[in-house]
Write a protein that binds this ligand. Sequence first.
Ligand code: IDP
Ligand code: MG
Length: 149
Amino acid sequence: MERTFIAIKPDGVQRGLIGEIIRRFETKGFTLVGLKLLNVSKELAEAHYSVHKERPFFPGLVEFITSGPVVAMVWEGDGVIAGARKLIGATNPLNAEPGTIRGDLGANIGRNIIHGSDAPETAQYEIGLWFTEAELVNWTPTLMPWVHE
Ligand code: IDP
Ligand code: MG
């Protein structure tokens, strides 16, 4: 089963969107296997966004992600990496389709509410960066036969 790393950024937490966002992943049929609320250190933020370290928005991005609590999650499911990106929508909420999290809930690229891994290698790196193995729960929801044939 595929796993992906999802984070509700400080704007999503401050705006009271935690429940709304988790609901969308749950009702889609993905399985929550890791969850924690934390203040992100500068080191973790820089490691998480290391691919963007040469970009002009990098310092502001690190400052933003460390500015308040973040909800870090791991979700599991068939095709969950690409599927979560679909639920999340385009990076700029102004271009994100209605029906997506960013399309429905966001209005600015610097406040786009949520992060999702963009590929299998990224998901593996990010899950290992944010969670220990002991923090991840292996379980199968009893409703699974009604989600997957
Ligand atoms: P993604 O979050 O959709 O994968 P990335 O291109 O990986 O988008 O960028 C990572 C994050 O960096 C974005 O979610 C957003 O918070 C921030 N970001 C990206 N481009 C810009 C920009 O042009 N201005 C400000 N922030 C940006
Ligand atoms: Mg990205």
